[in-house]
Design a protein around this ligand. Sequence first.
Ligand code: NAD
Length: 398
Amino acid sequence: MKIAPKIRGFICTTSHPDGCAANVRSQIDYVKSQPELTQKPKNVLVIGSSTGYGLASRIVPAFGAGASTIGVFFEKPGNERKPGSAGWYNSAAFEKEAHAAGLYAKSFNGDAFSDDMKQQVIETIKADLGSIDLIVYSLASPRRTDSRSGETYKSVLKPIGDAFTQKTVNTDTEEVTTVSIEPAEGDDVKNTVKVMGGEDWEWWITALSEAGVLAESFQTVAYSYIGPELTFPIYTNGTIGKAKEDLEKSAKKITDTYAGGTAFVSVNKALVTQASSAIPVVPLYISLLYKVMKEKGNHEGCIEQIQRLFSDHLSAANGPELDEKGRIRIDDWEMGDEVQADVHELWDKVTTENLGEISDISGYKSEFLRLFGFGIDGVDYDAEADPTTGIPSLADAE
Ligand code: NAD
């Protein structure tokens, strides 16, 4: 099957197995070009490991420290008629590369919020690894079914209190317009906290602990975002920001509960991922941010961010450096005064007419396509691709 991109709004409904594999290989090559990590995690569980920050969080400990990894994600395999999702092909490529390098790697495709998934992972840890010393929690999901009550909650991206009006870009038509987003109502805040807050992270740690598969000394990390004031109403002070506050409370609870364990929230940089492209206003901010950071020479993607998270924090000899609220800050370069001042100046000026010149909209769009394996050098898009590419450790389940 020849596979081309099919974009619908902020998602691409096709993905290319060879392009995704090339993406994974280039992330692995980057990690191999970096110094080996000094404090090496041995057995790593990544929840949300197939794309974006979670995929990078699987690649860095595997190829930077020789760690065994278990990955959990929710992706679609392809078939003869329809390609699978990018995260499926990324995970297939990751496992193949890991196995070729002699590394243990197993994957689970299904709902990370469910008890059943937690049990399957625990059984595998017991059988294969004994214990886990690092758990990365990197889920981005629009909904969660509470495994105890059976109720399903939906998260929303809305301001709280007042409607929010701000510039935004339509990444298809490259038009800069103004968007108004109505404030959260009813149970919106509570539901978003339920989906994207820390409860399920805590449930994972409790389940792993009760099953006796947490290493005596373990670390766990979940990801957050803060960003500039101009996105505060839709992010930090909005429904998702409340969920991220909850994540910080969960980090404290986990650290207080487990004598040998420490939980961190890492605040990461705004990057093009499937999750961030769905947030109004953010793609325009990212297009300007990329322009500024690329010009300053300090632009990073997921893999560079996560490499720094490990080398400077999680695996650093003296442990992570934390801000006044106890968080790891790998968004430090994004939030630097000069970068922010330059982005703000561009933000005030940006219009449909000058978008191509003063922003990195072309970089944004090509990175968006790359998420799905398109536009990658060395990949022959006219050749037949195999949409049925499988994930080795899931071969029996397919
Ligand atoms: P992403 O969309 O690339 O990845 C989400 C992952 O979650 C995928 O592996 C997906 O398969 C998995 N997933 C979703 N629902 C699932 C379910 N029910 N069961 C199992 N797996 C499921 O997202 P991302 O941007 O890498 O986001 C990961 C985390 O990083 C989020 O907490 C996000 O808020 C945070 N973050 C993102 C940015 C950014 O700009 N992208 C910045 C800072 C922090």
